[in-house]
Design a protein around this ligand. Structure first.
Ligand SMILES: Cc1ncc(COP(=O)(O)O)c(C=O)c1O
Length: 369
């Protein structure tokens, strides 16, 4: 089976984790926790990074730090993994859904403004599958209405928008190191910001809002969370980060090969890389249009029979029972793209022969129908 997207472990992971085990520094205090934060903020060029137990906790923390809560609204896409929308609910705020662009599959910045009310407190762009939201437009709207911007860059680590890494353009950015992400710690997340106050508050809340007293006792002036990543996982993160440039290049090269092999297949719309974006292609994603001889779901089944794992695009969040009542301004493109989109295998370890076999399997289906 060619898997959809599996981790790549080829560097110092064993060495660094063994060091944690040998020295007993396995929990959430340890040199790798600090090093991972430092190395990550250096890589994405953000001033502060706070490492967390997963990407969802980073999103929750970001909303909490910015004081978003009951009675507030946050503008999010419905075409996303559900975590950022759930995080909005965790703090008691209401998600408001904005439609997406048909070519990039991400939030349509031109449709944000019409959703803004006096309750709107933040915009939460999600850079899905590695493409980037038009952040200049988002920041312009946020400035005009005095809103916060929290980027969910969990799927776009390594993507550049006008020479800046996604996740570092808004007030805060969140990342995940779940097993299928560009780099992984098994489970893990990171929150970045260029604002010192926000960074310090995030770190404080992530460590149970704990102040250590002179006698070494603890004092907690606020309700905090146990969201700190253990040293043992941060050690893995440091090792993974050492190879990130190479992983990004491989993903981009593989996308070029896919594009070349699929460009003449009738009924397939290829991913778009806008002029000001350097797309990491975390998951190589295409649309199966009506002219394609079989449906998207039939294609998934036929690929599976050929030992190739693929995945349909996200089921829109506004169709989930807890979110059907949420406000939006029309989600036609979200619905259409969710029904036509498919992710093809995208692991860093994917070989050129694998891509050739995947593409020839797709082509042979079009010929046999
Ligand atoms: C867009 C998006 N946001 C948030 C998350 C949540 O990250 P985690 O699984 O690390 O909590 C994920 C995926 O895992 C994701 O794809």
């Amino acid at each position: 089976m060619v898997p959809l997207c599996i981790p790549e472990i080829r560097g110092n992971e064993w060495k660094y984790i063994k060091e944690c085990l040998d020295t007993n520094w396995v929990s959430s205090v340890g040199s790798y926790v600090d090093k991972f934060e430092r190395d990550f903020s250096d890589f994405v060029k953000a001033k502060f990074a706070v490492v967390t137990v997963n990407g969802t906790s980073a999103l929750h923390l970001a909303l909490k730090v910015l004081g978003i809560g009951h009675g507030d609204e946050v503008i999010v896409p419905s075409m996303t993994f559900i975590a950022p929308v759930n995080a909005v609910k965790y703090v008691g705020a209401e998600p408001v859904f904005v439609d997406i662009c048909r070519d990039t599959f991400v939030m349509d910045a031109d449709k944000i403004e019409e959703l803004i009310t006096s309750k709107t407190k933040a915009i939460l762009p999600v850079h899905i599958y590695g493409n980037a939201v038009d952040m200049d437009k988002v920041m312009e709207i946020a400035g005009k209405y005095n809103l916060y911007v929290i980027e969910d860059a969990t799927e776009s680590l390594g993507t550049l928008y006008r020479d800046r890494y996604t996740g570092t353009i808004g007030h805060m950015g969140c990342f995940s190191f779940n097993g299928n992400k560009l780099i992984t710690t098994g489970a893990g997340g990171m929150l970045v910001t260029n604002d010192e106050k926000i960074g310090e508050k995030a770190k404080f809340l992530s460590t149970q809002a704990k102040i250590t007293l002179e006698n070494k006792g603890f004092f907690h002036p606020e309700i905090g969370y146990n969201y700190r990543m253990p040293n043992i996982l941060a050690a893995m993160g440091c090792a993974q980060l050492e190879n990130i440039e190479e992983y990004i290049q491989i993903k981009r090269d593989n996308a070029k090969i896919y594009n070349e092999l699929l460009k003449d297949v009738k009924g397939i719309t290829l991913p778009v890389e806008k002029e000001d974006v350097q797309h990491v292609h975390w998951l190589y994603s295409v649309l199966i249009e009506d002219e394609f001889p079989i449906s998207r779901d039939e294609l998934i089944k036929r690929m599976f029979d050929e030992q190739i794992e693929t995945r349909p695009f996200f089921t829109p969040v506004h169709t989930m029972p807890n979110y059907v009542e949420c406000r939006h301004n029309g989600l036609e493109t979200t619905v259409e793209v969710s029904l036509k989109g498919i992710n093809l295998p995208s692991s860093v370890s994917l070989k050129i022969e694998d891509i050739e076999r995947i593409c020839s399997t797709i082509k042979s289906i079009t010929k046999s129908e």
